[in-house]
Design a protein around this ligand. Structure first.
Ligand SMILES: [Zn+2]
Length: 247
């Protein structure tokens, strides 16, 4: 293939722009914030799940407490009724009186047991609610961290995208000035050579594969017409001669 030496040199400029675009794309993909956001997002979900469990525990305990309070009310009103009967002097039979007094005693014990149970539940609820508050605080902190990381990511995205647009514009303008066949060869080699389709020959070394060319190859390059498009024998990339090629 033939191409004007100037076009060959400008192909190196095109490569520099493509490499810059590749770097920007890589940077966009590998921003540390992306991993941070993912981890924080998963943590918020986990904390929310934990909160649902603890909230359920709290409402179960709340139901248990209400039931105990209703039971205590029942016992208390039954005791009051018994006490009123006693105080009113309505009970005259000694046996009935004894029964009534013994019922009041047993109601008192029942009340005391129920109140102990309620106290125990209230203590459990206190622990559960303080755990819930801890989870709520931690989730809030995590959400704040998540929002901050998202903001940093978006700032970086905006910078990278602006750089990308500018570089892509320069690349399009430069590519429009190059012959189609040279461009097609470059794209083909670039696609199969880790994104580098063309390299300069610098002091006898291919800048694509960084290998030193042997004397035979160098002699062949030296004798080639200047408009001939050369390829590196080692990596098959397009090899461009410059003032520093050492030929
Ligand atoms: Zn090479």
């Amino acid at each position: 293939m033939k191409a004007a030496p100037d076009d060959q040199l400008r192909l190196l400029d095109l490569q520099a722009l493509d490499t810059a675009l590749d770097r920007l794309a890589h940077r966009r993909r590998t921003l540390p914030e992306i991993e941070q956001i993912d981890a924080l997002d998963r943590k918020v979900t986990q904390l929310t799940d934990d909160m649902v469990l603890v909230e359920t525990e709290d409402s179960d305990l709340g139901r248990e407490q209400s039931k105990l309070e209703a039971d205590i009310d029942l016992v208390r009103s039954r005791m009051q009724k018994d006490q009123q009967r006693l105080d009113a002097g309505q009970v005259s039979s000694p046996r009935e009186l004894e029964n009534l007094q013994s019922e009041i005693e047993s109601l008192k014990r029942r009340q005391s047991d129920l109140e102990d149970d309620e106290l125990e539940i209230m203590e459990k609820r206190e622990a559960v609610q303080s755990r819930l508050q801890e989870l709520r605080d931690e989730r809030e902190q995590t959400s704040t961290g998540l929002a901050e990381a998202e903001q940093r990511r978006d700032v970086s995205f905006a910078e990278i995208d602006a750089d990308h647009d500018k570089t892509a514009q320069q690349r399009a303008e430069l590519a429009a000035t190059l012959p189609d066949d040279l461009l097609a060869l470059y794209e083909k080699v670039r696609g199969s050579s880790a994104g580098v389709g063309v390299a300069a020959l610098h002091r006898g070394r291919c800048e694509g594969c960084h290998l030193q060319l042997n004397t035979t190859d160098l002699n062949r390059l030296r004798e080639a017409p200047e408009d001939e498009v050369l390829r590196c024998e080692e990596c098959r990339r397009i090899l461009v001669r410059t003032a520093e090629s050492g030929l």
